[in-house]
Design a protein around this ligand. Structure first.
Ligand code: SF4
Ligand code: SF4
Length: 146
């Protein structure tokens, strides 16, 4: 089964009958209090954020044993990877402001709002950097940024 998006993953989770065959064959399930079966259960009950932040995801070795063992044809390994990607993307987005801020301070020994604003706007490409550019321009004209 090809996992294209989290929506597909969630629909795939509905097929899971919680038999536990995935977890019993998983070589790293003992490493974490959560197991592939438990992660799937979180998705089934709509606790997507909890699943995305499950520490088990980072133990998964993508060996595919769970997917092969599942009697319901659920691509468990694909779901683990998709959740990992989703969590990473979210974290990256949240951290980009702080990373840019620290890089500028490290380099210039002070914060430059103009540079920070520019970096954040460029990071949004190809979405809507113009809104930020207009805001920065207004702030600059009023002497609010240096
Ligand atoms: S083996 Fe398949 S059906 Fe059984 S718990 Fe795992 S995902 Fe669900
Ligand atoms: S792919 Fe990941 S979750 Fe599945 S059996 Fe292998 S290590 Fe466990």
């Amino acid at each position: 089964m090809k996992v294209a998006s989290l929506i597909d993953d969630l629909s795939a989770c509905r097929d899971c009958v919680q038999c536990g065959r995935c977890s019993s064959g998983c070589p790293v399930a003992f490493e974490s209090p959560q197991t592939p079966r438990k992660v799937l259960r979180l998705l089934q009950i709509g606790r997507v954020e909890a699943a995305v932040h499950s520490p088990f995801l980072w133990f998964c070795a993508t060996c595919q044993t769970c997917t092969v063992r599942c009697p319901r044809g659920v691509d468990v390994a694909g779901i683990m990877l998709a959740l990992r990607r989703r969590g990473y993307r979210k974290e990256e987005k949240e951290l980009s402001f702080y990373r840019n801020f620290l890089r500028i301070v490290e380099k210039k020994r002070r914060v430059s709002e103009l540079r920070l604003g520019f970096k954040m706007a460029v990071g949004k490409l190809p979405l809507h950097p113009w809104e930020d550019a207009v805001l920065l321009f207004k702030l600059w004209r009023r002497g609010k940024i240096g």
